[in-house]
Design a protein around this ligand. Structure first.
Ligand SMILES: *[C@@H]1O[C@H](CO)[C@@H](O)[C@H](O)[C@H]1NC(C)=O
Ligand SMILES: *[C@@H]1O[C@H](CO)[C@@H](O)[C@H](O)[C@H]1NC(C)=O
Ligand SMILES: *[C@@H]1O[C@H](CO)[C@@H](O)[C@H](O)[C@H]1NC(C)=O
Ligand SMILES: *[C@@H]1O[C@H](CO)[C@@H](O)[C@H](O)[C@H]1NC(C)=O
Length: 382
């Protein structure tokens, strides 16, 4: 009898462990956003991706376009979308009629069954060399906004654009953050637009780039959110123990220096590559796992930055998949958390509970696990 209750206890523990293990990821992933880039020729269909994201309980997705196949596949999933207008289409959108036509085709049909909450007009426009594009950015955003107003959607869909951190002229210490002088003429009116329309300022922030450029002077602990003494900001006495916080606070300071104090800063992309060329220091699966694992833990803790401790940073991880057709150094094709076949590139503290290709395969695997536990039970009770 004693042996049997011991086995029963063990069985119970197993069951509890199994149930809890499923919870870990769900709790952690409450507010993760993820970039779903598609510069690849081997990605699973949007329907399967919808299954993958639901199995991960990832509820916020950012696209670089307004792919109708994706938006249709996610109908009624309750997943929230940031969609994009590519740089090649920005200038067209300065024409109000074209912006209205775009919304009629790419946004209107999906609302409210696909939750589109934000439109990014262009990506990293101010660090391109195209001066026409730079001048057209704000007029394009204004016309997309006016078109939303006409449709009565301006309260539920934000209009913004995503910036490279290279728009900063100074980023250290964070209290000295400022925009590049040559961009001031564009950024000043852009900030007025954000303030007027209450839309967020988005930055693509990669401590990895800073590390790659200076691997001998920048501490890996500091960029990977690992324990370290931190870097004090001499002007504010605030201590920074990771670079991402410092980057965000530099942007807040740069915005304040232009006279705006009520604009939210959000991270539209951040991540770490799992592979790189020989001259790309730090691009390893180990570092990528540490960076993204710590990032997810941090997101789950809802922390703000030293400058704004009560304002949690809103973060979209880059990226969902490795994208084999991206140009540039090897690292560019290796930012994914997942391979195109849905297997994780590395475990980020969520070992063993990571996804599953689609809802149906998830059911199969859980079913299989259930059977496995029943086999153990039969053995224990025998
Ligand atoms: C999934 O996340 C949402 C919040 O995004 C949360 O409300 C929900 O409880 C989670 N689902 C499960 C099954 O944990
Ligand atoms: C966006 O640009 C692409 C490539 O130039 C073009 O094929 C497409 O028609 C454009 N879309 C809109 C809405 O202008
Ligand atoms: C812009 O031009 C400069 C110098 O001509 C070049 O070094 C840089 O790579 C260009 N940037 C982009 C994004 O094309
Ligand atoms: C629009 O952006 C503002 C500022 O970041 C935010 O408070 C608001 O919730 C956003 N609206 C939507 C629909 O996401």
């Amino acid at each position: 009898m004693a042996v049997r209750s011991c086995r029963l206890l063990l069985l119970l523990l197993l069951l509890v462990f199994w149930l809890l293990s499923g919870q870990v990821l769900q709790t952690l992933s409450l507010t993760i956003g993820i970039n779903y880039g598609q510069i690849a020729n081997n990605l699973p269909s949007p329907t399967r991706v919808a299954g993958l994201l639901q199995s991960l309980n990832i509820s916020r997705v950012k696209l670089y376009d307004a792919d109708q196949k994706v938006l249709s596949a996610f109908l009624n999933t309750n997943i929230e979308f940031i969609i994009g207008i590519g740089n090649e289409n920005v200038s067209t959108m300065t024409d109000l009629a074209k912006a209205q036509a775009w919304l009629q085709q790419h946004v209107k049909p999906y609302i409210p069954h696909t939750r589109i909450t934000c439109i990014t007009v262009g990506n990293e426009v101010f660090t391109s060399n195209d001066t026409v594009l730079k001048s057209n950015l704000l007029p394009a955003m204004q016309s997309v906004y006016q078109a939303l107003v006409a449709l009565g959607l301006d309260k539920q869909v934000n209009v913004t654009t995503a910036h490279s951190l290279d728009i900063l002229g100074n980023s250290y210490p964070p209290s000295s953050g400022s925009f590049r002088q040559d961009l001031a003429e564009y950024i000043h009116p852009l900030l007025n637009f954000h303030s007027m329309t209450k839309s967020p300022f988005l930055v693509n922030a990669y401590p990895y780039f800073a590390y790659k450029a200076n691997p001998n002077t920048i501490s890996l602990e500091y960029v990977l959110f690992q324990p370290n003494a931190g870097v004090p900001d001499p002007n504010t006495n605030l201590n920074y123990d990771n670079m991402l916080d410092a980057q965000v606070d530099s942007v807040y300071t740069a915005i304040q220096a232009m006279g705006q104090t009520d604009i939210d800063v959000r991270i539209s992309e951040t991540g770490w590559p799992s592979k790189g060329d020989p001259d790309e220091a730090g691009a390893t699966p180990e570092n990528a796992a540490i960076y993204n694992g710590n990032l997810l833990r941090r997101i789950a803790m809802n922390q703000g930055t030293p400058l704004k401790p009560s304002v949690p940073i809103d973060i979209y991880v880059f990226a969902l998949f490795n994208e084999d057709l991206k140009p540039g150094p090897t690292s560019e094709r290796n930012y994914g958390l997942f391979y195109p076949d849905g297997t994780p590139v590395y475990n980020i503290g969520l070992r063993g509970y990571l996804p599953l290709m689609s809802s149906s395969s998830k059911r199969m695997v859980i079913h299989g696990l259930g059977l496995h536990i029943m086999t153990i039970a039969a053995f224990l009770l025998a």
